[in-house]
Design a binder for this molecule. Sequence first.
Ligand SMILES: [Cu+2]
Length: 356
Amino acid sequence: MINLLIAIVIILAVIVLAKVVRVFELSTDLKGDNPAEITASDNKTQATMFVIGVVAWLSFVVYSVYAWGPLLLPESASVHGDDIDGLMSLTWWIIGPMFFLCHILLAYFGYKYYYKKENTATFFAHSTKLEMIWTTVPTIVLTSLIVYGLSIWNEVTSLEPDDSIEIELYAKQFDWTARYAGADNVLGKSGYRLITADNPLGVSMTDAASGDDKIVRGELHLPVGKPVVFKFHSRDVLHSAYMPHFRLQMNCVPGMTTQFHMVPKTTTKEMREITGNPEFNYLLLCNKICGAAHYNMQMDVIVESEEDYAAWLADKKTIAESVVVAAPVVVVETTEVAAEAEVSTEEEHTEAPASH
Ligand SMILES: [Cu+2]
């Protein structure tokens, strides 16, 4: 019913509009004006409106930077994050003034040279000097920017230093699981064929490097000032590991390993002081729309001193001790076993935040 009423209102509005236009046409006919003729005052009005339009647009840009600028990336908390922010600021400082200058000139010339009968156009075909200037200057500026950007990109995506702490981040609909490499700092091999309810990450128990790995859910802990390398895996669909404070984002692709390394430089405690928010936590988010509960796919990240980190990690059980009995993986056959396994991962999940 309400839709029918809305439809009637729209139809009536269109009819009214048509009638108003018709009245306008008849009144200009009576006055003897030619509506197709553009007068000098029309041109002046258009030119003035153009300037007002440009000024309004520039004011809106200034306002939006002021009002929504703080919603851009948060304070950087990783070493390479500062480089990325520096590149971003440099880019803004180059394109920002150019943007304003171009718009101001556009408005100025638009107004100065709007059509007047007495004006005549100058025939100006070519100036080598001008061509040289507007080809060379942007080329130099843009090339420098790209070369600088590429050098930072190379640094950020270079191979991790040898002493990096190795952590697997395992994505699935809809949560994250972390696997620390343990005492040997080597992650045991894994593969989707080995996934069972007992072994949710499909870690190969025949690989000697697996036994001391530690599986952690709920919270990811990192030591401050130490290089960390994340190896990303996905069980099901494309996910994207996103840690905005660390300027880190990497796709998690089923069937392949992607990686990213970084050095966290600010502890959670320090960042709580910087932000003035005692509840503040770094976040690992999923940044690819991966399904219905995508919005909920996140994990807190705690950056702490090396001692606190070591104490926290020492408290966690190794795979050999906990999740899987160090025996060849058995395929789960009955749903009862699967249900029990669900409970055991649940317990581990709730245990994680309480243990530090
Ligand atoms: Cu996801």
